[in-house]
Write a protein of this length. Structure first.
Length: 63
């Protein structure tokens, strides 16, 4: 089980590196805006994270 997790993390890191080298701007934009999205506001950070988790689970995105 743990090896599978480590393998997925390595693959994610590899893909992130490829994306960073590409001319796409979306990756860096999401890195910049991410902390702002999850900041406390009308909804708490906790509720935003739980909502994101629920969406990820429902869409089978476990990274």
């Amino acid at each position: 089980m743990h090896e599978h997790i480590h393998e997925r993390k390595r693959e994610r890191k590899r893909i992130d590196g490829l994306i960073l080298k590409s001319p796409m701007k979306a990756f860096n934009a999401m890195r910049e805006v991410g902390p702002k999205i999850f900041a406390d506001g009308a909804l708490s950070r906790k509720h935003k994270e739980l909502t994101a988790l629920a969406v990820a689970v429902s869409q089978n995105c476990f990274d």
